[in-house]
Design a protein around this ligand. Structure first.
Ligand code: SF4
Length: 424
């Protein structure tokens, strides 16, 4: 019998990348490949890259070098956002055999089957304007929780962001398809689905630019009816697209969890303007206010960027004060870094790196205090925890509906079960 070829994956970046890697790995397995861990020996190594990561290039080179040292005869395939943005640079990394851009990512098995070692890197990439199809993806590692991709690409033009260049126009699955996937996942025993996308609230544009006559609110309403799925989370949604209707629906739903992640990026309206964001801080505060009125126990996470060009001490103080006052639970703090071909490169003055780092530290401290405060507020309450199946050195972990992490000694019968849990 012929020996099975093996493949190992490594993912850089966001949840969307993780869900896509998961789908790519299932595609390869259905083509007869055996899945290996990245540290094991494999015939093919696939690196799914990210353009948001600061050191995409460096990280990629390091990973390829590691593979070459370990297994010089193996094939190395690079895909993902960075492969779309800089195909030539990646192809020039010694040891890379194949670079797959956004349009070719999901044809990976076919490309690998046609590959021969030692001819230099083959680049399969086209202009991002030509990328118009939609490939549904979901991650499935244990059966507790899955990240289901329902939307891809973005039509916004935020001045710091390369994602539209790496992922193309906004496009989505149809509601009927998403419901079909959710129903299948429920039959597989999945209890929680995290809806993911690049600009999730913009859900509704079909592949090839057509509209499905659908929107995110209708999707949420239809998913709420799917039997067997007990929890949904909305991974991240732009404040201008998080409508009062969605907030009110989540407040009354037993399935959509009281948890939002809403990018703010800056608490200064002047900086929001320079960033070309489509809202101002007043709208953001209004959204948070409504959420907390309807769901006082709701967790709210905030993305914020520090050190954006033009951000003076005064602007940063405005952001700090705004966040300090805002009833949110935690922050994801990003330090601005320059990206080729973005409008932000034209904005002056550039903020020195040490200042950016200092601001990052200040907001991370604020985040820590916010999270402590939020968790303390919930103490004494009984909330529902979905426990994961992993045995982590005798412990198991899970999240409450409002995203507080709970850890307890491992009990096999609790894996993938929702348990009433009194928070201390
Ligand atoms: S909304 Fe802005 S930051 Fe988010 S992906 Fe689109 S362009 Fe990038």
């Amino acid at each position: 019998m012929e020996k099975k070829r093996s493949v190992a994956f490594h993912t850089l970046g966001c949840k969307l990348n993780f869900s896509e890697t998961s789908t790519l790995s299932r595609l390869m397995e259905s083509e007869g490949f055996e899945k290996k861990e990245f540290d094991d020996l494999a015939d093919v190594y696939v690196i799914n890259t990210c353009s948001v990561t600061d050191n995409a290039d460096k990280e990629c080179r390091q990973l390829v070098r590691r593979i070459q040292r370990k297994s010089p005869e193996s094939f190395v395939v690079i895909t993902g956002c960075y492969a779309q943005l800089k195909p030539k640079e990646i192809a020039s990394i010694p040891g890379v055999d194949l670079v797959l851009g956004a349009a070719e990512k999901f044809n990976i098995a076919q490309h690998i089957n046609e590959l021969a070692k030692g001819n230099g890197a083959k680049v399969c990439s086209c202009d991002i304007e030509e990328v118009s199809g939609f490939n549904a993806s979901f991650s499935q590692n244990d059966r507790t929780r899955t990240f289901l991709k329902v939307q891809d690409g973005c039509d916004y033009t935020c001045s710091f962001c390369t994602i539209p260049m790496a992922r193309g126009k906004s496009r989505s699955d149809s509601i009927a398809n998403v419901v079909k996937h959710a129903t299948q996942l429920a039959a597989d025993g999945v209890k929680e689905i995290v809806l993911t996308g690049v600009n999730l609230g913009d859900f509704g544009k079909g592949p090839d630019g057509g509209r499905h006559e659908e929107d995110f609110f209708s999707l949420v309403q239809e998913l709420d009816k799917v039997e067997g799925i007990e929890r949904y989370r909305i991974s991240s949604i732009e404040p201008n697209l998080l409508t009062n209707d969605i907030i009110a629906f989540v407040a009354n739903s037993n399935k959509f969890m009281p948890h939002f992640h809403i990018p703010l990026q800056s608490g200064s309206n002047e900086i929001l303007g320079l960033m070309r964001r489509r809202y101002r801080r007043e709208l953001y505060a209004e959204r948070v206010g409504l959420i907390k009125t309807l769901m006082p126990h709701c967790a709210i996470g905030v993305d914020v960027i520090v050190g954006f060009p033009g951000e003076t001490d005064k602007h940063f103080q405005e952001t700090f004060d705004f966040l300090h006052e805002l009833d949110v639970s935690y922050l994801h703090v990003f330090t601005y870094s320059e990206r080729d071909h973005t409008k932000a490169l034209e904005i002056q003055p550039v903020i020195p790196i040490p200042v950016r780092n200092e601001r990052n530290k200040t907001l991370r401290n604020l985040s820590y205090m916010k999270l402590q405060y939020f968790t303390q507020q919930q103490s004494g309450q009984t909330r529902k925890v979905l426990f994961e199946g992993f045995d982590k050195h005798g412990m198991m972990e899970g999240y409450t509906d409002n995203y507080i992490r709970v850890s307890t000694p491992y009990r096999g019968e609790w894996a993938n079960q929702i348990i009433d849990w009194k928070l201390r």
